[in-house]
Design a protein around this ligand. Structure first.
Ligand SMILES: Cc1cc2nc3c(=O)[nH]c(=O)nc-3n(C[C@H](O)[C@H](O)[C@H](O)COP(=O)(O)OP(=O)(O)OC[C@H]3O[C@@H](n4cnc5c(N)ncnc54)[C@H](O)[C@@H]3O)c2cc1C
Length: 468
């Protein structure tokens, strides 16, 4: 290459760099000088659905300094109710992961949640009815929390209090239908049941498992019901204790879980067949408690042939792992009473949208994915969506792009689908693995579970996977 070509190349590079700089600075000026477009009928961003995930999203983008000049509206079908912390616990609670805690700290709502009502979970013990196999998950520092139990109402209230004033919320606004754009330059049109029409540059569907936004997007939705009901209730322990363990026992009819609320109370999530659930929901409180204690303690389902082999397996593990066979089994509490009228049942199923995004639209939370509550991860996945979508939108704004552009949104979709699908597949797999009494399967899962319990590095990965 001779010097004149090198000089030409160098001039060309300088020219292109200068043009790029100019274009970036123009874009930045354009973004900085961007005017929020909002009248009563048009908003830059509309969030459909003001549940836990919708409110978290409204806070995340409302508080973002990069998105401060965007007009934001959240539409919630239910009326606005005044709320103050009731004396009695609600029967709807969630185990919030460490990642959710970090998101909530960033949004400035974690301290508010802790000051209202939240209870630490420091250990999770999972065992089953057909064998003595068990696993205990906890951090090396046993005082470190693996999760926090928080009532859904407390989460929504804290998020509501923290909402910046420029984020508008319209309650009692039931959305009848959506018209999504066919061309990227068009807007989304939203028709409310009351007859009003609103347009937006970007629609976020946070409208739950029966999402109408997902219907409008027209994406395939993989879904099945488990033919199970999740019974929830608040129960009283027979004796007060330092109640920081989340207990879950897999029965052939489905898992029963006790999640700690206080030294004397726990929240029950009992997944069982529809027929059994109906009997349990109709039974007297005393009969219900007897059944619950049986579900936690009864040894009728113990498979003796599996137990004999499992006993020998434990001896082998003892020899292989010098530190022993992992954390030892603790006994669950017994239950003495149920808080009156706290029983309720919810149908359980799985659902996953093939696409989370489309032109000027994105799905988050249960609108995009629905999972069995046995791993306590449903809403945590939704909060993960919130963090990821916010970051995607902020990057689009920083680059001077259009927030509704699918090119940006695909990044959100691929990142979240990787995470959500992996967790959903594990949860569904666990559900299927534990709802069988077939001896070879019971044997394999018992040997597997005890091996994992003895192998600390694998348990650490499980904890980080669940916390993510
Ligand atoms: C028994 C049980 C136990 C669970 N335990 C846990 C747990 O321990 N940990 C965990 O992470 N998850 C748990 N989950 C899952 C968790 O409850 C859900 O993932 C979470 O509620 C989903 O929140 P969301 O905001 O996405 O949807 P939703 O809570 O369904 O909120 C959707 C909102 O949209 C509004 N809406 C819907 N349609 C319209 C419309 N057309 N117009 C206007 N507004 C509309 C609704 O009024 C609602 O407020 C559990 C679930 C069950 C059933």
């Amino acid at each position: 290459m001779n010097t004149s070509i090198l000089t030409k190349l160098s001039r060309e590079i300088t020219r292109i760099t200068a043009i790029r700089k100019l274009s970036i600075s123009n874009t930045r000026k354009c973004v900085a000088g961007r005017k929020s477009s909002s009248d009563d009928t048009h908003y830059d961003i509309v969030i459909a659905g003001g549940g836990m995930v919708g409110f978290a999203m409204a806070n995340a983008i409302g508080q973002s300094s990069r998105m401060s000049n965007h007009s934001i509206l959240m539409l919630e079908g239910a009326p606005n109710k005044s709320w103050s912390l009731p004396e009695e616990y609600s029967n709807r609670v969630c185990a919030l992961s460490q990642h959710t805690q970090k998101l909530f700290s960033r949004l400035g709502v974690w301290d508010e949640i802790m000051s209202m009502r939240a209870h630490p979970v420091r250990r999770m013990q999972v065992w089953e009815a057909c064998s003595e196999a068990m696993i205990a998950l906890q951090h090396n520092d046993m005082n470190e929390e693996v999760a926090h139990l928080v009532e859904n109402d407390v989460i929504v209230h804290a998020l509501k209090q923290r909402l910046p004033p420029h984020v508008k919320v319209e309650y009692g606004s039931k959305i009848a239908s959506y018209e999504l754009p066919t061309e990227s330059k068009e807007r989304v049109s939203i028709s409310l049941e009351e007859g009003k029409t609103i347009t937006t540059d970007f629609l976020i569907g946070a409208d739950g498992a029966k999402s109408k936004v997902r219907d409008a997007l027209g994406t395939k939705y993989l879904t099945w019901e488990y033919d199970q009901i999740g019974i929830v209730a608040t129960v009283e322990l027979s004796e007060p204790c330092e109640n920081t363990v989340a207990w879950q026992r897999f029965l052939p009819t489905g898992p029963v879980a006790l999640l700690p609320l206080s030294d004397t109370k726990s929240s029950l999530v009992w997944s069982t067949t529809k027929t059994k659930a109906k009997d349990l929901l109709d039974s007297s409180e005393d009969d219900f408690i007897d059944e619950l204690n049986r579900a936690l303690w009864d040894e009728n389902e113990l498979n003796q042939s599996v137990e004999n082999l499992h006993g020998r397996w434990m001896d082998m593990l003892e020899a292989v792992f010098p530190g022993g066979t992992g954390d030892s089994r603790q006994l669950p509490p017994s239950i003495k009473a149920i808080v009156p009228n706290s029983r309720a049942g919810f149908p359980l199923g799985l659902g996953h949208a093939l696409h989370y995004v489309g032109p000027r639209v994105a799905l988050i939370g249960d609108a995009a994915h629905r999972v069995h509550p046995l791993a306590g991860q449903g809403v945590n996945l939704g909060f993960g969506d919130v963090a990821c979508l916010t970051q995607t939108l902020e990057e689009a704004v920083l680059e001077g792009g259009d927030i509704g552009d699918e090119l940006h949104l695909f990044k959100y979709e691929s990142e979240r689908q990787k995470k959500n699908l992996a967790l959903m597949a594990s949860v569904d797999g666990l559900y299927r693995l534990y709802t069988t009494k077939l001896t070879p399967i019971v044997l394999l899962r018992s040997l597997g579970l005890s091996a994992v319990n003895a192998f600390t590095p694998l348990k650490k990965s499980i904890i980080s996977f669940a916390e993510a």
